[in-house]
Design a protein around this ligand. Structure first.
Ligand code: ATP
Length: 249
């Protein structure tokens, strides 16, 4: 693993009975990338992310994160990663500040909560109950929670699902700011426009397999017959529209 590679995934698989949720997936993520993962519902994105986050063990394969064996050194790695799960229901009954303090208590390294609140524009909402926040502000709160330990790598699972277009744009703009601050971001998303605009590389998942992984512009220009958008890439590689052969990353 060279110096800039912060995540090295080698042939990982996770099966649920006969269901190959993730099947022999390999890729690398470089420091400072916004790395996108796309695929249809059930393609295996969440299962893949959960294995990277250390909350689900693969049946096979290995994962190295920041030079550590992610399967053996989960506790050490926990300090260096931030997690934004699909659901924030656990903290519904707290206000924003209480949730940030609660989650920060799980870590040795702590970032300045006032700075996070300021950067994410959460000031006016700090004392509001999370369950009373609109979707956009709940997702910002979840992002703030992912930052409480000043992580080097942030994992985000479909963070903008259900948000209105403006809230989506604002959320992605926050991700760009975090990237500028040197964070590495791995994000599963269905926002094809934003994926195209923001990701340095994108992994396309289909039925548990990584079909192709490349820069958005290369994925687009490589489409047979040409194409203009990530939407077309999604339809060609990820959607269940036809049979394509798996391409090596
Ligand atoms: P979505 O976009 O809907 O979130 P996804 O790409 O994240 O989907 P996964 O949630 O990883 O997909 O699911 C991959 C496959 O694994 C699906 O067939 C799903 O039904 C199955 N699966 C996921 N979690 C479990 C589980 N805990 N037990 C059994 N099967 C599971």
């Amino acid at each position: 693993m060279d110096k800039q590679t912060v995540i090295q995934v080698s042939s990982i698989s996770r099966y649920y009975g006969a269901n190959k949720a993730v099947n022999g997936v390999s890729f690398q993520v470089q420091e400072g990338e916004i790395f996108g993962i796309i695929g249809t519902n059930g393609a295996g994105k969440t299962t893949l992310l959960e294995m990277l986050m250390g909350i689900r063990m693969p049946d096979r394969g290995s994962i190295q994160i920041l030079g550590l064996d992610a399967l053996m050194e989960v506790e050490r790695l926990k300090e260096d990663i931030g997690i934004h799960l699909q659901s924030t229901s656990l903290v519904d009954k707290m206000n924003v500040r209480e949730a940030l303090e609660l989650f920060q208590g799980f870590y040795d390294r702590k970032s300045d909560l006032d700075l996070i609140v300021e950067q994410l524009g959460l000031g006016p909402y700090e004392n509001k109950m999370i369950k009373r926040l609109s979707g956009g502000w709940r997702q910002r709160t979840a992002l703030a929670i992912a930052l409480v330990n000043d992580p080097k790598i942030i994992f985000l699972d479909e963070p903008t699902t259900g948000l209105d277009p403006q809230a989506k744009q604002e959320y992605w703009s926050l991700l760009r700011q975090l990237k500028q601050q040197g964070k590495t971001i791995v994000v599963a998303s269905h926002d094809m426009d934003e994926i195209q605009r923001n990701c340095s590389r994108v992994a396309v998942m289909r039925k548990g397999e990584l079909v192709i992984c490349n820069h958005p512009s290369k994925l687009i220009s490589g489409l047979p017959g040409g194409g203009m958008t990530m939407e077309a890439v999604y339809m060609y590689y990820a959607a269940d529209a036809g049979s394509i052969s798996v391409k090596v990353v």
